[in-house]
Design a protein around this ligand. Structure first.
Ligand SMILES: [Zn+2]
Length: 202
């Protein structure tokens, strides 16, 4: 199921949540996977990605250093978002990896169109590889500022548990994606009903 999400539309509705969802079953994350995520999230173009991918061979130390930051950021965001979902408090030290990225990446905001309206998008000044994480850290910071009011939820499928931002009108979204987990649930509920109606007919 995770594999089918590759190069697909990201489902969480917020960049930082999509980043926290990145390869949930795997502890590790490869440079290639991260670069593909940047393309999926439209943070870099395919051209740019083609220039980033070989860095794992050409600049292994720089890539290792940024991968370490990526993993640190992902683990702390997962812990923070899980706390927000369950309305638990979390230690302020958990936001340090976010602040770390905010500190080393400079940039500016820019208005871009999205869904027929305007949204502010952070554009990082390029330098080092850390700038690749700038927009993700910025998105995380916005969610943390929103705090417990942020409608962050997890997919109701116990085998999935992806994070998403519920900005549905009714605030009752249950699935990461109707196409994946929502449909699976509908099909199994349908099969259950079929089976039980057959049993009552016997
Ligand atoms: Zn799901």
């Amino acid at each position: 199921m995770i594999a089918s999400l590759r190069n697909a539309e990201l489902v969480a509705g917020r960049l930082a949540l999509d980043f926290a969802n990145l390869s949930p079953s795997a502890h590790d994350l490869s440079w290639d996977e991260f670069v593909s995520f940047l393309v999926d999230a439209r943070l870099v173009s395919e051209d740019r990605a083609a220039r980033l991918r070989p860095l794992v061979r050409n600049e292994p130390h720089a890539v290792d250093a940024v991968l370490l930051r990526i993993l640190r950021l992902r683990e702390s965001l997962r812990a923070i978002f899980a706390s927000l979902v369950s309305k638990d408090a979390y230690p302020s030290s958990w936001v340090e990896p976010v602040n770390e990225i905010l500190r080393i990446t400079e940039g500016h905001d820019e208005l871009v169109t999205r869904n027929g309206g305007w949204t502010l998008q952070f554009v990082a000044r390029e330098g080092g590889l850390e700038w690749l994480l700038a927009a993700i850290a910025r998105s995380a910071a916005e969610l943390l500022v929103e705090g417990p009011r942020a409608p962050i939820r997890r997919c109701a499928n116990p085998a999935c548990r992806l994070f998403f931002y519920d900005d549905s009108r009714t605030h009752r979204r249950r699935w990461c994606s109707m196409k994946v987990c929502g449909n699976r649930h509908k099909v199994s509920a349908f099969l259950r009903r079929q089976r039980s109606s057959k049993e009552t007919r016997k």
